[in-house]
Design a protein around this ligand. Structure first.
Ligand code: SF4
Ligand code: SF4
Ligand code: SF4
Length: 302
């Protein structure tokens, strides 16, 4: 039974089209909850007191810090959240000066942003990280196998790992005080303590409204940008500021949710993993057809 070069290439073409068809048919869908809770941080209000860091340690039972919370010299160092501190305050000098020609600092609270479509959850192969209806990106230690894909995936470099914990090390990050906000009227520890109301807790839609009102009410003070409204598809933690976000440690990120890219590529790869089967199936059909045609041409019954 001869297989001609033309019938083989035709079979390849059909197989390729068959493999590509389901990939094109599946459009990526956001799994973001419609109106989760969130926090709005107003950088114009934060005074860098570190009370939020302390409250976070208390509500999450984290270890004592190496430098006490009332020692503000730590603000001279740029820090990231880690396994022992789910939030940190950093101080920046963006070049603004006051009436006495002194540089004005901007204090920035850093923690997990609780993304609407979190890259960490998308990368987690066991479902240990998941976005909840209330807005928290929740970590389930019982499902975690320690692969740390979440750490590589996070665009904000947030998840930390307990490398020094010999038994069952965990991924650690801001929990959004999941247990507290799940209760009626509950607030995150950091938002409850802030003495100057730099952190406002509430429904994301209401926070966006408040942020727009503050910006509109004082356009000379605020920049017209709510960081986290659109970045990576939106986050539950959002910021407003009187200085460019780029000057105070915020990354310029695309508005496209990270999982939209990664899951589309994965879906494409999985589609192509099936393509050999599709190819063999189509080749088989073509070979059967060619064989029958050949037999008929030779005067044999199929
Ligand atoms: S900031 Fe990072 S760790 Fe937090 S939800 Fe987003 S991707 Fe996950
Ligand atoms: S929400 Fe809770 S876990 Fe997150 S930084 Fe605030 S106090 Fe810490
Ligand atoms: S408690 Fe409030 S004012 Fe103090 S550092 Fe935290 S966010 Fe800023």
């Amino acid at each position: 039974m001869p297989i001609t070069r033309r019938s083989f290439l035709a079979a390849l073409g059909i197989a390729g089209a068959t493999a590509a068809a389901p990939k094109n048919a599946e459009a990526w869908q956001s799994k973001a909850p419609p109106d989760p809770y969130g926090c709005l941080v107003d950088l114009t209000r934060c005074v860098g007191c570190r009370k939020c860091e302390q409250a976070c340690k208390e509500v999450n039972d984290l270890p004592e810090p190496a430098i006490k919370f009332d020692d503000l010299t730590i603000l001279d160092v740029k820090r990231r959240p880690d396994q022992n501190a789910f939030t940190v305050i950093n101080r920046y000098y963006s070049g603004r000066i006051d009436d006495r020609d002194k540089l004005v600092p901007t204090f920035v609270k850093v923690q997990c942003m609780h993304c609407q479509d979190p890259a960490c959850a998308s990368a987690c192969i066991t479902g240990a990280l998941s976005k909840k209806e209330n807005g928290a990106v929740h970590y389930d230690v019982d499902k975690c196998i320690g692969c740390r894909y979440c750490m590589a995936a996070c665009p904000f470099e947030i998840p930390a790992y307990e490398y020094d914990r010999p038994v069952l090390p965990r991924v650690r990050k801001c929990t959004f005080c999941f247990e507290r906000i799940s209760k009626e009227g509950g607030k995150p520890g950091c938002a409850s303590i802030c003495p100057v109301e730099a952190i406002t807790f509430g429904k994301r839609s209401e926070l966006l409204g408040q942020a727009r009102e503050r910006i509109k009410g004082d356009p000379g003070k605020y920049n017209d940008h709510i960081y986290g409204e659109r970045e990576v598809g939106g986050t539950s933690w959002m910021y407003i500021s009187n200085v460019d976000f780029g000057k105070v440690g915020f990354q310029a990120l695309p508005t496209r949710p990270m999982p939209q890219t990664t899951e589309t590529i994965q879906s494409g790869l999985f589609s192509y993993l099936w393509s050999p089967l599709a190819l063999f199936g189509v080749l088989g059909a073509v070979m059967g057809y060619t064989s029958r045609k050949h037999d008929k041409e030779d005067g044999h019954d199929a």
